[in-house]
Design a protein around this ligand. Structure first.
Ligand code: OGA
Ligand code: MN
Length: 206
């Protein structure tokens, strides 16, 4: 039995240690989540997103048959106050995980993402060759009033030996889901409403 009253970071660390992924409700206060959502909507309406791609650098390609969401990378030097608060919360998480799990996470990169109605991201792994190894994937969902019928679940394949076994996470605002980037195939099921999130990765040095 896990002790009651563990703080958020300790709970996430315990989940990661036990099964490699974690789901945390209300990682941020609801007001901050709704601020992040309205800023994301405004950036979207202002044309501030680009079609997402796969691969990095020379290998970057837009492949709408694989994923057809739109993204806008976060820039820590030019972000909003609300985005900065999220980055601060992630920094505190990074330090706690390094202390408890010796992960040696050193840097974060992340983007806003929007899945328009009908959009998806097919089954994939997040790790690829590049500047630093993506080690821990962290996704914060921003929508309020999301229902099962709105689709857009994140499906995490929890057993590498059995593709029938998966958990589905609905993108409820304030939820943070984390998992080891090299261990879990996952996919985003088609959304039926615009689905907003901030997706990012903590990296280890290569
Ligand atoms: C990704 C991804 C999952 C989600 O951007 O790599 O898998 O739930 N996102 O948005
Ligand atoms: Mn992914």
């Amino acid at each position: 039995q896990r002790p009651e009253g563990l703080d958020v970071h300790a709970r996430i660390a315990l989940d990661l240690g036990e099964r490699g992924w974690s789901l945390c409700e209300d990682f941020l206060p609801p007001l901050l989540v709704s601020q992040l959502l309205s800023e994301a909507r405004e950036l979207w309406q202002g044309g501030g997103f680009r079609p997402a791609g796969v691969g990095r650098g020379q290998k970057f390609e837009v492949r709408p048959e694989v994923r057809n969401d739109w993204v806008r990378w976060l820039d820590a030097r030019a972000c909003s106050g609300a985005q900065q608060l999220y980055l601060n919360a992630l920094e505190a998480l990074r330090l706690a995980l390094n202390r408890q799990l010796y992960l040696g996470l050193f840097e974060y990169e992340g983007h806003l993402a929007v899945y328009r109605p009908g959009s998806y991201y097919r089954k994939h792994l997040d790790r690829f060759e590049g500047s630093g190894l993506r080690t821990l994937s962290c996704i914060l969902y921003l929508n309020s009033g999301w229902h099962y019928a709105d689709g857009g679940q994140l499906r995490i394949y929890t057993d590498p030996d059995n593709p029938e076994r998966y958990r589905e996470v609905l993108p409820f605002g304030g939820r943070l889901v984390c998992f080891y980037s090299d261990r879990f195939l996952h996919q985003v099921m088609p959304a039926r409403r615009s689905r907003f999130s901030i997706t990012g990765w903590f990296k280890q040095r290569t």
